[in-house]
Write a protein that binds this ligand. Sequence first.
Ligand SMILES: O=C(O)Cc1cc(O)ccc1O
Ligand SMILES: [Fe+2]
Length: 454
Amino acid sequence: MNVQKSTREMTRAAAPQGSIDPYYMPGFGNDFETEALPDALPQGMNSPQRCNYGLYGEQLTGTAFTAPSHQNERTWCYRIRPSVKHTHRFEKIDVPMWKSAPCIDPDIISLGQYRWDPVPHTDTPLTFVTGMYTMTTAGDVNTQVGMANHIYLVTASMEDDYFFSADSEMLIIPQDGKLRFHTELGTIDLAPKEIAIIPRGLVFRVELLEGPARGFVCENYGQKFELPGRGPIGANCMANRRDFKTPVAAFEDREVPSTVTVKWCGQFHKTNIGHSPLDVVAWHGNYAPVKYDLRTYCPVGAILFDHPDPSIFTVLTAPSGVPGTANIDFALFRERWMVAENTFRPPWYHKNIMSELMGNIYGQYDAKPEGFVPGGMSLHNMMLPHGPDENAFEGASNSDLKPEKLDNTMSFMIETRFPQQLTPFAATEAPLQDDYIDCWTGIHKKFDGTPGLK
Ligand SMILES: O=C(O)Cc1cc(O)ccc1O
Ligand SMILES: [Fe+2]
């Protein structure tokens, strides 16, 4: 395993020590304020005639000005140069493996149950941008509807190369290796069993801390991820707001030839500048990157009988405008106790109007004890039946139903109301398991017209 040292630090606020990590602020969607230099943040107003340190004030909006106030998100940045100095005179570039919806190839059959082994690591130098391999797309990036699912393979740091996506917020789910996201609003370290959300429009670069790194990215073209309503579950459990962490302000005052790449309407564009665009010295607001430790997710489930719908495990949901019908639900199947009596405990057989993409972060998934391995993915598209494989069915139908700890398991599901289209990479180059559907071949007829448990 190749271990790289951090190449450079950003200047960030000194903070008191204790059990609270001084480099992150807790809360989901909070209104934060943070400064890397004392008195850099104006108080009581946003636009003083002149800002301290000669900083430029700038607003970044994540919702329309007039979005309802409980959804309204924006952040005020106080920076060394305004962003307009970072992004101008673009040229189009190719980022060949990163696709956007609609990406429909008439020769590819997306209708089916599909499963992939992990896309292997590579020796080719790939950054978080050039190493983005799209597996599926749904909806339309131009109308801000739908999403795309990617695998990233990272073997190289972005040194003086910066990136932002105007198309999407990015949900990042590492599976192997460690990454450091240097963003305009601060620094996020990310390892497996954690996730991060980088908001639309936020500039960042990704440093490889421990590699090679592999993981999953869900690019959300639509309304932002939020926490699901808990309904009668009440004020606690599932994902708790305080476990989401937003970085404190950190900046680079660095004058070297640099590039900024922008993803905009599914195309990539590059501009050359002479300095780092990560120059926000202080900021306040509620539009910010966030990380979350999946080990803090408190699962709620069946404590007497039956198997609830997987929506019980929703960590984040991105609404589509139709109530209860998400553009994207992100659900987590993590370690938990199985205690249900007289119950078939794994997922039941089903056919779902939503399309389900799954990824394995580590361990074994109860409906698929074999074949669905860490780093691997599966797709059960809109209205495509699926469920436990033969072994899982026979095992769960005949097991002694004592309380059992499902340990060594962490998989996730990206569920969307839109059908997912396979990219050419997913259909032909990625390690697709041709024999996946054979996992149901041995399921046989037990019915013989006579009553009784068979
Ligand atoms: O297909 C899957 O394995 C995901 C899933 C899990 C579950 O517990 C119920 C329904 C469902 O789609
Ligand atoms: Fe399913």
